[in-house]
Design a protein around this ligand. Sequence first.
Ligand code: CTP
Ligand code: MG
Length: 174
Amino acid sequence: MIEVLFSALWLMLPAYVANPMAVVFGGGRPIDLGRNFLDGRRLLGDGKTYRGLLGGLVCGVFIGFVQMNTLLSYYLGAHTLSVVCTLSIGALMGDLFESFIKRRLGLQRGAELPLADQLDFVAGAFLLTYLLDPLWFTANFTPVKLLIVLVTTPILHRITNIIGYRMKLKKEPW
Ligand code: CTP
Ligand code: MG
């Protein structure tokens, strides 16, 4: 049973790395360049930057590439380069999409949106990977593993964000 848990986390690792690394490398020019949407509110907000996007992407793909070349991939699950990319890009896109929705709801940058804050990047990673490689997705992310990811991610997310907050990387502990 424990190997199913490890396998689920292993498969998700590129997304688990891309998302917090966007926080580590974030800052500078916002992706929306400060522009507003039709509702007069920011398109994405100052919390979504080019540096964060690039830093997250490079780190997610890097870790996935390392995983592909270790023996553990034989036991826990083998990524393809395309899957490593869709997991990383999907995670970052999911996070952007959530910020877009938050701004439409009138929430300021950094405002909390429970559950969406924790699962936005998982939804993005799953969706993009499923769309580009449904065979790999269904063969590797079995229903049990999907459930494990959905249940453990909010817990892992909470822990990393409290650490990030204490390290002064994040302004809010969520
Ligand atoms: N970050 C970034 N670029 C990204 C994602 C994150 O620069 N693409 C950085 C920003 O410094 C951001 C921090 O990581 O403030 C935390 O990310 P997140 O919690 O997703 O953003 P919030 O600031 O909470 O903004 P939002 O309300 O839009 O979620
Ligand atoms: Mg946030």
